[in-house]
Design a protein around this ligand. Sequence first.
Ligand SMILES: NC(=O)C1=CN([C@@H]2O[C@H](COP(=O)(O)OP(=O)(O)OC[C@H]3O[C@@H](n4cnc5c(N)ncnc54)[C@H](OP(=O)(O)O)[C@@H]3O)[C@@H](O)[C@H]2O)C=CC1
Ligand SMILES: O=C1O[C@H](COP(=O)(O)O)[C@@H](O)[C@H](O)[C@H]1O
Length: 505
Amino acid sequence: MQIHQQELKDSTVIVVFGASGDLAKKKTFPALFGLYRDGFLPRDVRIVGYARTKMDEVEFHKRTTSYIKNPNNDEAIAAKIEEFKKISSYVSGGYEDDPSFENLEKVLRKVESETHKGRERHRLFYLALPPSVFLPVAANTKKHCYTTEGINRIIVEKPFGKDLDSCRELLGSLKQFWAEEETFRIDHYLGKEMVKNMLVLRFANVALGVAWDKNSVSNVQITFKEPFGTEGRGGYFDEFGIIRDILQNHLLQVLSILTMERPVSFSAEDIRDEKVKVLRAIPPIERSDTLLGQYVAGSGKPGYLDDDTVPHNSVCPTFAATTLHVRAAYRSVPMLTVPRALRLTALNEAKVEVRIQFKDVTQGIFKDISRNELVLRIQPSEAVYLKLNTKAPGLYTRALPTEMDLTYKRRFSEVKIPEAYEALILDALKGDHSNFVRDDELDVAWRIFTPILHWIDGRDGPRPKPVPYPYGSRGPKELDAFIGKYGYKRTDEGYQWPVTNLASL
Ligand SMILES: NC(=O)C1=CN([C@@H]2O[C@H](COP(=O)(O)OP(=O)(O)OC[C@H]3O[C@@H](n4cnc5c(N)ncnc54)[C@H](OP(=O)(O)O)[C@@H]3O)[C@@H](O)[C@H]2O)C=CC1
Ligand SMILES: O=C1O[C@H](COP(=O)(O)O)[C@@H](O)[C@H](O)[C@H]1O
């Protein structure tokens, strides 16, 4: 087995940079705990948090365990949390200076000499940091903390640049220090259960596979909705914007898995080769295929421009609907899909789903009936449901829209669905790159989005003005007409489709 595919089964230190931050608190440490609790972390693992903030270990443990769920005060979980605290420690230091990293190296050696005596010593570095410090931390880690006694890996969070050129520059600089096989670029959507299910649904089911092409599919929508606004996070949001935050990475990853050809095998490189191929078949997004919106006050909540952290005249979109045309001419059965990828803030619900709408039945007595739709609900509450027509029970023959419903909470009620970050950290420990983003995937992803981003940034002339939509609404009133342009037909308004809010299940 090659070294970069080796599973780190013991003697590993996991270093979390940015340990004082939001991601570390909400996702990284809870995921590490979940893996620890279920016995998936390496034997004798040690976790070292690192950031500039000065705090003692009590404060550090308070932060890192504050998002770990134990709603019923289960004693076994409480005991595991105490154990988890004992294997985690904190070091404070800068991101740019040599002495801070020399000190970190000393701490790591001490931890290793206490726990990993006489064995190989592996290190996994997790950069839960803003992009402004990715490079110095990657460089200093390599210079001062790269072990020669085992395997080194580095996990990096998005955003990987702001456009094609800055991404190439960042990737090129990181490559000076870290080899591709040591680098794990996280897009946490690739760790979500339903996203991982897409390859299985597509390629392990003849019944679905045969209809997955341009002859049967009319259009595909990938939807991301959040029911809250920027609420104080406007500084960050206004700089990166909605497309860089969600569409260019998370939703494009979903799209590539949805439209790629069958890979030769489930190996990381075979999967990623196919993703790159299909992304290369997507031309840069046209301005005319874009609908931009910005929320205004509604439902008793302030508008985007009322947020003190947002510039008063900002035209940053908080809503974006874009259409990508997949021109897969290299395939024997080309697939032309028209996905609408959109991210909406301050809307009426939280939901991420893929909706594949099939074409009309064009002949015979049923030609005016509802279209089939296959919906993959990524969150909340994973589900796959197929909207189809059936004979209305009774003495008459009439087609009635209904659904075949695979709601995970009903069908797999005994199974714990892993958190995306749990799945991804475990993959990194195993050396499995399948669910991480390769450098050439990023390049082609930025090529698709850079022209409209430059337009939105005002690089080519005046910035486009987003259309308004009220906080808590479905989005701009122009949305239905926009979707309609690409063939989407809303079917049977009177029919009650499965509800999204399944909290009661
Ligand atoms: N939060 C989330 O839900 C998600 C975040 N991400 C990505 O993860 C990374 C970290 O995100 P998040 O935790 O939210 O970020 P934070 O803003 O919370 O930053 C993390 C830590 O980095 C340090 N830091 C913050 N700003 C700077 C700065 N300008 N210069 C140097 N150090 C700084 C701070 O630690 P200290 O001052 O103590 O050193 C902070 O606690 C980002 O790349 C983000 O895009 C990805 C998906 C989701
Ligand atoms: O990367 C990001 O994702 C989150 C949404 O992630 P989810 O797992 O809750 O769907 C988003 O809120 C954040 O702005 C963005 O940076």
